[in-house]
Design a protein around this ligand. Sequence first.
Ligand SMILES: [Zn+2]
Length: 212
Amino acid sequence: MRKTGYNEITGVIHCLSGLRVGGSDELLQIGGTDLTCIKHPVTLRPYIPGSSIKGKMRSEQEQRLGRLSGNEPCGCAKPDCLVCRVFGPHKKARHELGPTRIVVRDAASVRGGETELKSENVIDRKTGTAMHPRKVERVVAGSEFTLRIGIQVWDLDAGCKHNDKTGGDALVEFVKDGLRALQQTGLGSGISKGSGEIEFRDLKLDGTTFTL
Ligand SMILES: [Zn+2]
């Protein structure tokens, strides 16, 4: 097994709406408790953890390719499963796919980064009244974060296919599809309530500009 290449995608994550990272939609806090967004411990600037970007890309790809097993991420570890090859098979320590190919760096704030409090209500469907009003903290629209994704290519990837690409190019194409999916759906939490709409700008693959 031999590593044969490395590709890097860089760019800017531009927030078209406010962005909430760190809050959880499942954890509904009653009585206007603030749900705060995640901040760097030293600079106190908001950032987007690489794991959030990677996790969202993975679940989008699983939904598109029909690779969800119940509510769990794919752990099939089959040679033709690009989800397992690129993101790693879920909860499977022993497999023949080699190391996880994708590395997503934490996205640091480079523009904006101020936060605002947004009121959110849950509407009681029977009575039509607002229940559990709460305030959530989110990064303001117009903020920008750095995007940096590394893609390792191994000799094991020679036979890979995705769209019309093969080998390492297929892995890159698969990651581009993931980015496209994030632009269509969004990032972070509260997407259905109007947060998390993003656009990628200044995208480059190994220094060469590309568009999605
Ligand atoms: Zn799989």
